[in-house]
Design a protein around this ligand. Sequence first.
Ligand SMILES: *Cc1c(COP(=O)(O)O)cnc(C)c1O
Length: 386
Amino acid sequence: MRTVTRLAPFATTIFAEMSQLAATHDAINLGQGFPDTDGPQAMLDAARAAIAEGNNQYPPGPGIPALRQAVADHQLRCYGIEYDPASEILITVGATEAIAGSLVGLVETGDEVVMIEPYYDAYAAATAMAGGVRRTVPLVADGDGFSLDRDALASTITDATRVLIVNSPHNPTGTVLGDEDLRAIAQTCIEHDVIVISDEVYEHLVFDGRTHTTIAALPGMRERTLRISSAAKTFNVTGWKVGWVSGPADLVAAARTAKQFMSYVGSGPFQPAIAVALNTEMDWVRDSCAALSAKRDLISGALRDVGFGVHRTEGTFFVCADPRPLGYTDGEEFCRDLPARVGVAAVPVSAFVDHPEPWAHLVRFAFAKRDEVLLEGAERLRRLQA
Ligand SMILES: *Cc1c(COP(=O)(O)O)cnc(C)c1O
């Protein structure tokens, strides 16, 4: 093993293993969280046109002006927050680079970085690259959903905390943090002068008439929050890698400093296409979200019929299910068996945590798939009853 110690724990992921198992058994892959249909036509056409017009060299470091303006306009329209496109918005190679660049640019060696557990795996790896020390605040069961353990928040965030990473709507649980949780986070971060990195890539994928609240809009938070989003989940373009980070100029400058030596720039011809999408295709997004909530219902109902305990999902691409009624106490074991046993793949929630006990039984299913794929998946899951 030649990989440096700080990255060694990240060498292999359960996601790769599950995808491999899915391929081996020709399984319906409900493990990986990407959509299997294309985004809005005008956006796809704009990308083709950009390439045809010769838009194929390095774009400007912070991103093309048209996209930074579109991101600013979009946030003003959606949340009433004004960002200066010149100094307060940075285009990145997906949300992934926005997260890594923000952490590498803001975290000193040994600084504490707190994240909500379960957490998206990139947060832990990027924290390690930045030399930060990871701490977690758990979600706890709340009815058939989850909410933040506010006592743990109060005891974990201290003056040693540099950054708190918030993710709502939340991957992997589909939780949308409630106003009380957001207010508690804001109050604690202001008290201890903590920077918030808010990963909001699922901002437009919330269901049942809910609306997304960005923590940046809470009093005292704009000046300490880097708001991160991406085209990937909103416009079904996970392969284009166009993301952005918005915040006060000094925080964005820190992210830009790191970003310019990670990728320099990225996604050249896709940037004008995403500007088009943000400016003109939000009706498409609303329809896509409505379709997604029906898919949520389809897969949740199918899992319930088979006998799973099914958690409430308020947004995102994901639903968490409990296979204990089917005789499996361990989610990882269940996910290793599932492709061979019935031809479906899922991922264990234990892959997203440092403290497995409360999560060990749960598994995550992704439902951003064509209905025929979900129906076939549901049909195969029924074999678990046999
Ligand atoms: C998919 C995802 C990302 C990565 O987004 P990209 O734009 O593809 O880099 C970041 N955070 C969460 C929570 C995600 O689910």
